[in-house]
Design a protein around this ligand. Structure first.
Ligand code: SF4
Length: 221
């Protein structure tokens, strides 16, 4: 059976017990695609020797409040990244009520990767810049990057497009998407949402038919 057939068959959208707003007010999540409890991926990105940070190849959407936080450190970041600020973001903003500040820009692509990807080594330079300066990396690293390979749309928490298209190179081994990103969901949406998701996960994985599909997803890769 092709993987996608199993995937389609087990597409289950569950309502959370209540809606949960992010620490920035938006997005507000009310439902979950249960495939976040099914798909598995390598998870420990820093230790991965085979992906070459492929997930950073296309850049990322960055809400305007995050853009402003990055620009507040512009001079130090220009020195740290070696890229001048004019080359960081696309010029146009896209209006989107699910992004803090209600609009987002996108990081530019330089030499086949996000402008903030470290060209000399693995990893995100916004992340490493924060660590170097004793800052929480959430201060500058985009929310969409921190939550990847889970994302959100219209109040639904779901696997990122790369997962659903089976294009993520590290799919199929390791913890589930939810387990890999649980701490990030806790950071952005709080412990109420994580408790709600933990309960949903328990009910979901104890369904014998779902257990079968979980094994199928894991062992096909
Ligand atoms: S901001 Fe960082 S984590 Fe996000 S795509 Fe760019 S390099 Fe990768």
């Amino acid at each position: 059976m092709p993987l996608n057939e199993g995937h389609e068959a087990f597409l289950v959208i569950n309502k959370l017990q209540t809606s949960y707003a992010s620490r920035y007010g938006v997005p507000v999540i009310h439902s979950v695609d249960s495939n976040i409890f099914v798909w598995t991926y390598y998870t420990f990105c820093k230790d991965c020797s085979f992906c070459h940070d492929e997930c950073c190849a296309h850049g990322v959407d960055v809400d305007v409040t995050n853009v402003n936080r990055i620009k507040a450190h512009a001079r130090e970041l220009e020195i740290y990244t070696g890229v001048e600020r004019a080359r960081w973001f696309t010029n146009d903003y896209t209006v989107d009520e699910e992004f803090p500040g209600l609009r987002y820009a996108r990081t530019q692509i330089v030499d086949g990767a996000c402008v903030f990807h470290n060209p000399q080594a693995k990893g995100c330079m916004l992340h490493s810049f924060c660590l170097k300066h004793g800052m929480d990396y959430h201060e500058l690293k985009p929310m969409v990057s921190c939550l990847f390979p889970i994302t959100f749309d219209n109040g639904l928490l779901h696997p990122a497009d790369e997962v659903e298209a089976e294009q993520l190179i590290c799919l199929g081994h390791g913890p589930t998407l939810y387990r890999g990103i649980r701490d990030e969901i806790l950071y952005y949406f709080g412990d109420g949402m994580v408790r709600d998701l933990d309960e949903m996960e328990k009910e979901f994985v104890h369904d014998p038919s779902v257990t079968h599909i979980h094994e199928l997803f894991t062992h096909r890769r």
